[in-house]
Design a protein around this ligand. Sequence first.
Ligand SMILES: Nc1ncnc2c1ncn2[C@@H]1O[C@H](COP(=O)(O)OP(=O)(O)OP(=O)(O)O)[C@@H](O)[C@H]1O
Ligand SMILES: [Mg+2]
Length: 411
Amino acid sequence: MDEKRILLVEDDSAQAAMLGLELKRRGFRVEAERSAPAAVARVEKEIFDAVVTDLRLGSGDGLQVVAAVKSSQPETGVIVITGHGSIDTAVAAMKAGAFDYLTKPVEPEELTLALRKTIEHRDLVGEVRRLRAEVRERQGFAKIVSTSAQMKRVLDLISKVAATDATVLITGESGTGKELVARAIHENSPRRDGSFVAINCGALPEGLLESELFGHVKGSFTGADRNKRGLFEEASGGTLFLDEISETTPGLQVKLLRALQEGEIRRVGDNHPVKVSARVVAATNRDLKKLATEGKFRDDLYYRLKVFPIEIPPLRERPEDIPPLAETFLKKARVRSGSAAAKFTPAALKSLASYAWPGNVRELEHAVERALIMASGLAVDRGDLPPEIADAAPAAKAKPAKRPAKRAAVR
Ligand SMILES: Nc1ncnc2c1ncn2[C@@H]1O[C@H](COP(=O)(O)OP(=O)(O)OP(=O)(O)O)[C@@H](O)[C@H]1O
Ligand SMILES: [Mg+2]
């Protein structure tokens, strides 16, 4: 492991010499400064792996050092050293962004541990950021195929709403890409470094869903053997995706409304409100407005959810998207299957374009995957497609097998 560079800010020279020596002995490279202004000047020019600063300095104070590190190299952790009994200043330092504090007299062993923890934390944060960026690149915004004017409009709405904290309601038939759009909103929002947490509200009974969403305290029901944070808390600073929102019960709808309106939740079995700051994106493939009119969905929640509605049209209403989507899925499936087929024959494309796609984009994706397994040549042909899709367009040259019934009757 390479030597870690530490900036030690301490005005008491005997203390500085002692700590410097002890840290060097433990494999750190130590640079020392005696005043806040000098330390601030250093951290504005040079990167350190961690900074240790006394809070009370002859010239200036340690809080200035904390602030300078947080603004010029936010990843670098700062450990502050306080005199005994000055808990208030330690709290102030933590609020200003210090990673940890130690009280005098400082044990070298204790300081070493705190330094290792700070550096490890910084490395993990960096690692998470790198991995997130990688995932983002792989399944990001750019991957939403949008040749049709309707989908271009959807992309436009995504980029407009992403910058805000507005609640979004995504509607569309099954398989139209609601979850993909929800993720794109998250990934393009200032919350992208927070978590994207998705839950299918139709998959759990009311009680379980409530404890998933809001958490519970130990003993609140049989099996609750410890406190558990809910998804609203987990998604704080990020995005909570409530899929199939129409499937929630009236009781839960009241609680969701409160969470959205007040930014507060109550864990199951607990009366204390907990502040949450998750951005909510909901989705449904049902007509929520109609359900609200029929009294099957609370209309106050409906109005609260549809602050910013995004409707994704079914695939059959935007046939221009079919060929580029099919190509995208072919490329993706090819990598996985190692198949030789790299394109579609014109006849296959014609069938794909003529089919009505009741299962929308998801059905298209599966059809392409299956066709690729069937394909034996360099292109996916009409005959490789599932029969109902292949038959959507008449085969080339073959005489039209079936005439529409109406015509036949006229003849
Ligand atoms: N415009 C698009 N570009 C690329 N891929 C898409 C597009 N729309 C949908 N997909 C893909 O189609 C599949 C289905 O999309 P998604 O799961 O987001 O649909 P959904 O509306 O949430 O479906 P359901 O209602 O069944 O939950 C996913 O694999 C998604 O990546
Ligand atoms: Mg979905």
